[in-house]
Design a protein around this ligand. Structure first.
Ligand code: 26W
Length: 780
């Protein structure tokens, strides 16, 4: 690998901007360092061993800031720091460069962690996705209300991408034809030996503009087709909770699915191979149902261009594809209107029908009774069920945590588990320790490395060796010092960014994730209110001061989620204005929570809130990041929390609330109003929504939240996510944790046990399991 030198950077700056390191702006420097770094690895991007590869098909990649992670993995970060320092420039300057946020939340961040891990573990895995012109919206808070702005990430330039004109493909829709243009980003493994690629497709017109219309002075007509083409990859859909059958979304899905398949088929041909052997050379992982249209598309290509029979093509698809499910929330399951699908993808629809007929034959052979056929049907009630197609036409379906996979098998998809038990498997999610420990928490990283060496950077299970330091007073003290330092740093950042001062002697209690009812930020808010009243009334004594930190974006059209944001900000005001309680409590809702913000919050957290209703959070990955950085989990038995406490010990975390089985049992007779009537503590916090204690400024948001608990709304039952059921246990558990924090040594020990047992949550472990158990890439 070539190395980065100050000479290379100077040359780039001179040639491109006529400047030097000393005179260049931050953005110019960013472009120069990035471009020079890219030049050091670009040759490795396109080297192919000729062995079987895997492809990750994902509509989202939530990458975050690229430059530090790339320089770190290349082993060049200290070199660049020195080069800049010599000219009096801080490497931290690049924090002005914003995140690459081509994803919504967990699913997109997981994709980014997987790419880092695969390259590090020498697994040939390429990512395929969409080059959205605008990424996830920017959030600001105005009077406590969320407002959204466009994420114009390309205004800094895009120095990490290479546009590959020679690999352009054509995409045919029912009502338009476009070009898909690939932009490649290097995915650099730790140590810099392996460089995979992330190929993102951008939609462009086949003809730049209409000359005749322009000549006739019809200027907007002249660019109409151009705009229509560019619309397809213009924006990332900001909903990660409810499915909407939007035409543009289907076009996005087909754009990157078809383009990626055409790309792979062409690569095979260029290498002198036959596309019918695609299963020997490629495994393709479908990240949720968003790329599932790739299944009928591959079959179409094999039948129409390679002249294979339908049944042969279907068998090939089954071998090539595997499907990961990331949610069982019924409102998130994708089903397309037949009419819309047919209009947008007339050439693909016949193959969906053929797959459905083939399924029907198969079910007959398996003697599935007539009345059960409906449950399986891919086309039913004029809808196409994408998850069903994904299960029928692939060889593997996996959940993302043990409990989630069990729910898929036994509750969500039992009919499929009955006929294809061998297809179901679990791959518990993971996170890359390079970004979430080495880069985000250099102080903790150094401390760990002085004790056990640096092996954990590529083998996180080595953290287990820290357990022996449990009685080491000096080490426990150092752990506490690091935590305090990270809290100080976060407080300084929040003061700069939000204009809010935080007392760093307070406990940092953190809930950071997308805003959704099932994640129960509202339960957290209610419990804060309960503590507020408890302190005021004298019911709660000796409370250890705590700052509650929230970070969350709500989908722009999700009224109720936006109401919860306003509510938390109102509770914040109530407490701030109370001179008695504000010595003990503070509530901070930070704005524009994103990957880079997470990198600052995670290392500073004392307490990690993972409080989803049991059975609703498929896995969670923030829970793992916080554990790895020594936060103690307050959580329900849900998603990966179950495995976290299995590893770190229940005694080192705080588990509360109803379990999946409990909820199943009481579901039919659940009556939140009765609970509210019975318990005055519940009543007080719920009534606070409507009795004038908290004000929503005439929006009726709080009344709507109140109704959602007491009456339900649309298809939701009253208190659909069982806040009232878990409320008292949650409040009591939090208070128990609060009292434990009076013993800093005890907390440091628990914290150590969490860090030491976080090894199995490395995405290195996860991606190796995909490679060996699903893609059959062998031991790499
Ligand atoms: C159609 C709208 C839509 C868009 C995205 C519905 C659902 C999604 C995703 C599947 C939601 C998602 O991000 N799921 C999260 O995936 C993470 C990675 O596996 C898990 O850790 C989270 O628990 C899960 O909510």
């Amino acid at each position: 690998m070539n190395r980065i030198t100050s000479q290379n950077i100077e040359t780039f700056l001179l040639q491109n901007y006529g400047k030097s390191i000393k005179t260049a702006s931050t953005i110019e420097l960013y472009n120069a360092v990035s471009r020079v770094a890219l030049g050091c690895v670009a040759d490795k991007m396109y080297s192919n061993s000729g062995k079987k590869r895997a492809g990750y098909l994902s509509a989202e990649y939530l990458v975050g800031r690229v430059i530090y992670a790339n320089l770190y993995n290349m082993g060049e970060i200290d070199t660049v720091r020195k080069i800049l320092e010599e000219k009096g420039i801080d490497l931290e300057k690049f924090e002005e460069i914003e995140d690459l946020a081509l994803g919504n939340g967990g699913l997109g961040r997981l994709a980014a962690c997987f790419l880092d891990s695969a390259a590090t573990c020498s697994i040939p895995l390429d990512g395929y996705g969409i080059r959205y012109r605008y990424g996830l919206f920017k959030q600001s808070l105005v009077d406590g209300f969320q407002t959204e702005g466009a994420d114009d990430w390309q205004r800094f330039g895009d120095p990490w991408s290479i546009r590959r004109e020679e690999d352009v493909v054509e995409i045919v829709f029912g009502d338009q034809e476009v070009k898909a243009v690939p932009y490649d980003m290097p995915i650099i493994g730790y140590g810099g030996d392996m460089v995979n690629t992330l190929r993102l497709w951008q939609s462009e017109p086949k003809v730049p503009f209409d000359f005749i219309a322009f000549n006739d002075e019809k200027y907007s007509d002249a660019v109409k087709e151009k705009n229509r083409a560019e619309d397809i990859s213009r924006i990332l859909y900001p909903k990660d909770d409810t499915y909407e059958g939007k035409k543009l979304r289907l076009k996005q899905q087909y754009l990157f699915s078809s383009a990626s398949l055409q790309d792979i088929v062409r690569k095979l041909k260029r290498a002198g191979r036959s596309p019918k052997d695609i299963g020997e050379y490629y495994s393709l992982q479908l990240n949720d149902t968003h790329p599932v249209v790739a299944i009928p598309e591959l079959i179409r290509i094999l039948v129409e261009e390679e002249e294979l029979s339908f049944s042969t093509a279907l068998k090939i698809a089954e071998k090539v594809f595997a499907y990961t499910n990331h949610t069982i929330m019924p409102e998130a399951l994708e089903k397309w209107d037949v009419k819309l699908f047919k209009a947008v993808l007339p050439k693909v629809y016949p193959y969906v029908r053929k797959i459905n007929s083939s399924l029907k034959n198969q079910l007959k052979k398996l003697n599935i009774p007539q009345e059960e056929l409906k449950k399986y049907s891919i086309i039913e009630d004029n809808k196409i069920f994408m998850a069903r197609m994904a299960i029928y036409a692939t060889h593997s379906i996996n959940g993302v945590a043990q409990i989630h996979t069990e729910i898929l098998k036994n509750t969500a998809l039992p009919e499929w588990y009955k006929i294809y038990p061998q297809r179901f498997n679990n791959k518990t999610n993971g996170i890359t320790q390079r970004r979430w420990l080495a880069l985000a928490n250099q102080e903790l990283s150094s401390l760990i490395s002085t004790k056990i060496g640096e092996g954990w950077i590529t083998d996180l299970s080595q953290l287990k060796a820290l357990e022996k330091l449990k009685g080491d007073e000096e080490f426990l003290h150092q752990l506490r010092e690091v935590k305090q330092l990270k809290k100080n740093q976060l407080a300084a950042y929040i003061e700069k960014n939000e204009g809010i001062k935080i007392d760093t002697s307070f406990i940092f209690d953190v809930q950071i994730k997308r805003l959704h009812e099932y994640k129960r930020q509202l339960l957290n808010a209610f419990s804060i209110l309960d503590t507020y009243y408890g302190i005021k009334e004298g019911r709660i004594k000796d409370f250890k001061p705590t700052v509650y930190i929230f970070g969350a974006k709500a989908a722009p059209g999700y009224f109720r989620a936006k109401g919860i944001i306003k509510l938390i900000n109102e509770i914040s005001r109530l407490i701030r204005e109370d001179p008695v309680v504000n010595k003990f409590m503070q509530v901070v809702f930070i704005s524009n929570y994103n990957v880079s913000y997470a990198e600052k919050i995670v290392p500073a957290a004392d307490i990690s809130e993972q409080i989803s209703t049991a059975g609703t959070e498929a896995s969670g990955t923030g829970n793992m990041k916080l554990m790895l950085n020594g936060a103690l989990t307050i959580g329900t038995y849900d998603g990966a929390n179950v495995e976290i406490v299995q590893q770190a010990g229940e005694e080192n975390n705080y588990i509360f609330g109803a379990r999946v089985e409990d909820i199943a049992e009481i579901e039919a007779s659940y009556n939140p109003s009765a609970l509210i009537e019975k318990n005055p503590r519940l009543k007080v916090v719920v009534e606070a929504l409507i009795d004038g204690t908290l004000r929503d400024e005439g929006t009726e948001m709080f009344q709507e939240l109140y109704d959602s608990i007491t009456e339900g709304a649309s298809w939701h039952k009253p208190d659909h996510y069982y806040l009232m059921l878990d409320f008292i246990d949650y409040c009591d558990t939090r208070l128990r944790a609060n009292q434990d924090f009076k013993d800093p040594r005890l907390i440091a020990e628990k914290s150590l046990m969490n860090i030491a047992n976080a090894g199995s949550f490395s995405s290195d472990r996860t991606i190796k399991q995909y490679a060996e158990e699903i893609w059959q890439l062998g031991n790499k």
